[in-house]
Write a protein that binds this ligand. Sequence first.
Ligand SMILES: Cc1cc2nc3c(=O)[nH]c(=O)nc-3n(C[C@H](O)[C@H](O)[C@H](O)COP(=O)(O)OP(=O)(O)OC[C@H]3O[C@@H](n4cnc5c(N)ncnc54)[C@H](O)[C@@H]3O)c2cc1C
Length: 369
Amino acid sequence: MTTWRERAQTAVRDFVTPLADSIDRAHAVPHSVQQRLAEEGFFGLSIPTQYGGAAASAEDIAAVLEEVSFGSLSVATDLAVHLSVASAPIARWGTAAQKEHWLPAMARGEWLGAFALTEPEVGSDSQHIQTKYTAAGDGFRIDGSKIFITNGGQARVVLVFATRDPKLEARGISCFLVERGSPGFSVTRRLDKLGLRGSETTELLFDGCRVPAGAMLGPEGKGFEVAMSALEGGRIGISATSLGVARAALRVLSSHVRPSSEEWRRSVLSRAHVSVEAASALVQRAARLKDSGADYGLAASSAKLFCSQVAFQVASRAYDFTVEDGADHDEVQGAERLFRDSRVLTIVEGTTEIQELILGRKLSAPARD
Ligand SMILES: Cc1cc2nc3c(=O)[nH]c(=O)nc-3n(C[C@H](O)[C@H](O)[C@H](O)COP(=O)(O)OP(=O)(O)OC[C@H]3O[C@@H](n4cnc5c(N)ncnc54)[C@H](O)[C@@H]3O)c2cc1C
């Protein structure tokens, strides 16, 4: 039987890798690519089978994300957000009605999901978000804005985090499933970026946005928990996409190191090789821990911290070597894309410094018997 990784390798070789540079130049992933991913069943990987998904293991999901990002990080990022921080939290926290309504079309890839936590004034310190919700009629009213939201313009459903009262910090936050077209909800801007250009990153405005009572995901006041648990799973996804970028960059790097190359160049290649191997082991360990039902937070943050830095380092070196060697225009462009794309990996789903804080907190906690 074909494994999920093998399916992804074939799909990526046939229709993602050949388009990677044009996706970057066009600042968009063609609909045909998303359609092919949907036909492969990738959009339903984290959705239970009763809702039409594949209920794949964390290890298989990581393998698919790694392979897709080996071809294009933009394509993989849209998929990773849909899987890890949109459909997975609906599957985990949703009521039967919410799951029935959203998940089947999300599994088919017809409806994309997005996750909106970050705000213009609040990023890492997410318990201090300012977007407010109040009870209004039979439902709620949401006011505020969100920024850097992946899939924001094309998503059919956005998980929006808002607070009843900012003074309550984490305890005041709830999560809402906001449908595209809801009154008062608009996409105000698509952001231009250094890298990851094919993936849309948007600013969203909620101006008296009205949602029904049934739009709240998880219990009232538990939105911060919804967000943090989604991000913990998402970190395995970002580790896996980092690994895919690092492997793509390693391939470029190795094509510029020959037996006749200077010793230091072979050392650069050796270090990159070992780093990619170690990154792979960390991704696999975190995913296996998640699959076993064990606490995987430490492993996910370790993997995210390490893999994102490896991707950036190897991609930087690969770009240096292609330029130094006077490689042809297409090859330099491909290496440049990997270098620009890799930068975002140390930022999303908790920056490097935030992973260090999380790890420090977990590692210094008293050991449990
Ligand atoms: C391309 C892209 C896509 C994104 N997609 C999404 C999305 O889909 N949904 C979403 O909600 N968000 C998304 N984000 C936002 C992302 O999660 C935030 O950018 C990230 O959490 C950091 O927040 P910030 O940019 O406000 O930086 P800040 O939090 O302002 O941090 C600035 C710098 O200060 C450091 N810093 C902050 N606090 C501390 C501390 N206590 N100790 C030490 N250092 C600290 C940070 O590490 C960073 O280097 C996306 C971002 C990008 C760039």
